[in-house]
Design a protein around this ligand. Structure first.
Ligand code: HEM
Length: 283
């Protein structure tokens, strides 16, 4: 009883800015739309794709939704690059501090060590590593989006504007682009809805769901447990208090949960569809 009261009134640590949270929500909506409409087109000969196509207003309209969602995704990407430049100016002062400091998203030696120590920990042969602000799997997920935008986005554009691109590339490359776009998209969808979902929501420390990317904040005791190196650093340099905020009221959390559960459920359904389509219906 005493403990639950402590947790309830505990102040929270601000991990994500408002813009980052909005971008992640838009990313979820655009990615889900792209994945569902894309799979409906790819597996158009299956019964469930026909049902989904009715939801989207027909196969042709699924293609329009796909393109609109792609524009949103490109927009988020550009906005994120702008935000990185802005964050560098506002918080770090130099590229060196942003890219080589303790909060960097770039892979560091510590990430390799954390990875090895994590394997030992999984096997019960060592303690949980002292993860910092960004763990090795969070960095991997972050750069996977860059790779995806580059590979899926560029091939998607060639499918969208074939007349324009065939001014520069031979026609057969459009066939190659379709295969790359289609299979890489399937890989991305499979990865996000299994590995990313597991790492963020289903691992024992966070099960069944981590709301931090929606609320932007987490209880301080959770920061201490989950990202001990970051907690110790903030405590040591006396800046932890600058990040302390009040938790959201329960009604806001409930609304967020509804959205997050809907996204998780859609993702899991998509995985089941992909597995079914690959095993029983692939042409
Ligand atoms: C972000 C930029 C993207 C652009 C510009 C783009 C564009 C396109 C276009 C123009 C098509 C052809 C649609 C039609 O026939 O009407 C297509 C098909 C497809 N897209 Fe995308 N797309 C993008 C991202 C994605 C993503 C993120 C996914 C999945 C996660 C995805 C999955 C698919 C699939 C599975 C198909 C069907 C391919 C096939 O027929 O085998 N796309 N895309």
């Amino acid at each position: 009883m005493i403990q639950s009261q402590t947790v309830k009134t505990e102040r929270h640590f601000q991990r994500f800015t408002r813009l980052e949270r909005i971008m992640h929500i838009l990313m979820i909506i655009s990615f889900m739309s792209l994945a569902l409409t894309g799979m409906t087109l790819k597996f158009s000969y299956t019964g469930w794709a026909v049902i989904l196509s009715h939801v989207f207003g027909g196969f042709q309209f699924a293609g329009y939704i796909h393109r609109a969602a792609a524009v949103v995704m490109f927009g988020i990407f550009v906005l994120h690059l702008y935000d990185v430049v802005f964050t560098k100016r506002r918080e770090y002062g130099s590229w060196k501090a942003l890219l080589l400091g303790p909060n960097t998203m770039l892979p560091q030696k510590k990430d390799l060590q954390d990875f090895k120590d994590s394997m030992r920990w999984f096997l019960g042969r060592g303690p949980r590593p002292q993860y910092g602000r960004w763990t090795y799997w969070e960095k991997f997920d972050y750069f996977a989006v860059f790779w995806g935008i580059f590979v899926i986005g560029s091939t998607g554009l060639t499918l969208w504007f074939p007349e324009f691109f065939t001014n520069f590339i031979p026609g057969w490359m459009l066939n190659v682009a379709t295969i790359i776009h289609s299979d890489e998209a399937l890989l991305a969808t499979g990865f996000i809805f299994t590995v990313h979902f597991f790492n963020t929501h289903l691992r024992p420390e966070k099960f069944p769901m981590d709301l931090v990317v929606f609320t932007g904040r987490m209880p301080v005791h959770e920061l201490k447990l989950d990202k001990p190196a970051e907690f110790e650093k903030l405590k040591a340099d006396g800046t932890l208090k600058d990040y302390l905020v009040e938790p959201y009221p329960p009604v806001v959390i409930r609304a967020i949960r509804v959205f997050a559960w809907a996204a998780l459920a859609t993702g899991f359904m998509a995985v089941i569809w992909i597995i079914y389509a690959m095993i029983f219906a692939y042409r």
